[in-house]
Design a protein around this ligand. Structure first.
Ligand code: FES
Ligand SMILES: [Fe+2]
Length: 483
């Protein structure tokens, strides 16, 4: 049997397994929508799924202080995690302070151009060396002035020759952790024996080959402390099952229950939701209505693209030409009208990449989207030692217009705890969507404490919420040292 037929028969098995699992659902699948676009469906968009069972997930994983301590020890100190973007530290001494629970790191650029991540704690009496991002010529502790060079070697130890004779300065380099990069993202790992980043991320580097994310820049960065466990917040963004109830306004122009859910290996999963097609909950909608609904939400696209609704040509706002679907019209608009104004050539970019929600998750907390235009990425972290709160961050990654210098990366914009996401106008109309999610999160956290009186766990959908199950399977692999 050739390699090709082997893999295509495996593919048929996967598709048959999914068909069986979702028997009874109705509507157009993601594969059908993309096929109708007329674009060739790349292999990496094909379904990839395995049945992980239907068992409940214990509610205490979200509420217990002890479980958070297990996560610190077994997950956060062992897994690769996205710390920053390379363009945030272009010059020697540029640094970002990356913190995860009690651990703190200075991610910096050395004079030789290498990226290093140093433990952010003075080897004298422990003071944090850096509290904010910035650029420094050396790493100097403000307390007594112990100083390290940007390669981590000790440079100055006041009174070191007579009062610290017991200190071997050769051995007082700042401790480092592992650093890896992919797509312009900088990852760190505290485990000296960890697997290489490339292996950990697979199949992401392969699936994102066409994106050239290393050439983009972080154009938006909004952060908020949310009164919910980091996994509650993360899981509010990982499935399309909540769209009809939480974001009903999106139903006419995005897939929800018919989205494609994919699981890859142990660390990566994905959801694909087509835009410009309506929710199966609405039955058959007229293409005109779908288009109209899309236009109502159009600020989402314009603002992400950096344009303004006043600049949108009149003809785009007028109805749909005879015989054209809403999806075709939107794709044409993006390719022919919006992209050239932004200095982008998207004529050969397939429709799915121009408009669909193609959202990947990388264990434990990183969500990069695949998009030909500006794309979103998210990160979720515990907020210190508190199992009842977390830090939610939303970023945009924008292509640098051809022939122009790369703009400065955005600084973090902190919103008030559990506050209004409309206070971040740089997000465009995504702010209103996140507000709808945000309202759920503290209520989930409270409910998860009330639930176990009668029911010890949460019950997940077999298919639509299987990414949550996949995430927890990996979480428990780490907690039980099965990695
Ligand atoms: S604590 Fe850093 S120099 Fe004393
Ligand atoms: Fe949502």
């Amino acid at each position: 049997m050739t390699q090709l037929s082997e893999s295509s028969s495996e593919q048929t098995d996967v598709e048959a397994l999914i068909e069986k699992k979702v028997a009874g659902r109705s509507g157009k699948t993601y594969q059908q929508v993309v096929r109708e676009d007329g674009d060739e469906i790349p292999d990496f968009l094909r379904p990839s799924w395995t049945d992980l069972g239907d068992e409940d997930i214990p509610a205490e994983r979200y509420t217990s202080k002890e479980f958070l301590q297990l996560e610190v020890e077994h997950v956060w100190r062992k897994a690769w995690q996205m710390a920053c973007r390379e363009e945030e530290i272009p010059e020697p001494g540029d640094h970002v302070v990356y913190e995860i629970v009690n651990d703190s790191f200075i991610v910096t650029r050395t004079p030789g151009g290498q990226i290093k991540a140093f433990q952010n704690a003075c080897l004298h009496r422990g003071r944090r060396l850096r509290t904010v991002d910035g650029r420094v010529p050396e790493l100097r502790c403000p307390f007594h002035g112990w100083t390290w060079d940007l390669d981590g070697g000790i440079k100055k130890l006041p009174c070191g020759d007579w009062d610290f004779k017991h200190v071997d300065q050769e051995r007082f380099a700042l401790p480092e952790v592992k650093v890896g990069t992919w797509g312009g993202f900088v990852f760190i790992n505290m485990d000296p024996d960890c697997e290489p980043l490339e292996e950990f991320l697979a199949p992401i580097p392969d699936h994102f080959k066409h994106t050239r994310y290393e050439e983009r820049y972080k154009s938006v960065h909004v952060a908020q402390v949310v009164s919910a466990n980091w996994k509650v917040a993360l899981e509010a963004f990982i499935e399309a099952y909540h769209l009809p109830a939480t974001h009903p306004q999106t139903a006419p122009s995005i897939q929800d229950y018919m989205s494609q859910v994919d699981l890859f290996g142990k660390n990566v999963n994905r959801v694909l939701s087509a835009r410009g097609v309506s929710s199966s909950t609405l039955g058959e909608l007229e293409e005109e209505d779908i288009y109209e609904s899309y236009l109502e939400a159009r600020t989402f696209y314009e603002e992400r693209l950096g344009t303004n609704s006043r600049d949108v040509p009149r003809e785009i706002l007028e109805g749909l030409p005879e015989g054209m679907t809403a999806r075709q019209r939107i794709v044409n608009t993006i390719r022919e009208e919006l992209a050239p104004r932004l200095g982008l050539d998207l004529r050969d970019t397939p429709a799915y990449q121009l408009m669909d929600a193609v959202q990947y998750f990388v264990f434990p907390n990183f969500f990069p989207w695949d998009s030909g235009m500006t794309n979103i990425y998210y990160r979720f972290r515990p907020n210190g030692n508190d199992p009842d709160s977390c830090i939610l961050e939303i970023f945009y990654l924008t292509p640098v217009p051809e022939g122009q210098p790369r703009p400065e990366p955005a600084k973090v914009h902190w919103l008030e705890r559990d506050g209004d996401w409309l206070d971040a106008p740089e997000l465009g109309s995504l702010g209103a969507i996140v507000n709808q999610d945000r309202i759920n999160m503290p209520e989930i956290q409270r409910g998860l404490k009330a639930l176990p009186r009668t029911k010890p766990g949460i019950t997940l959908a077999s298919y639509q919420e299987s990414r949550i199950r996949h995430f927890h399977a990996r979480l428990m692999d780490y907690i039980n040292d099965r990695v």
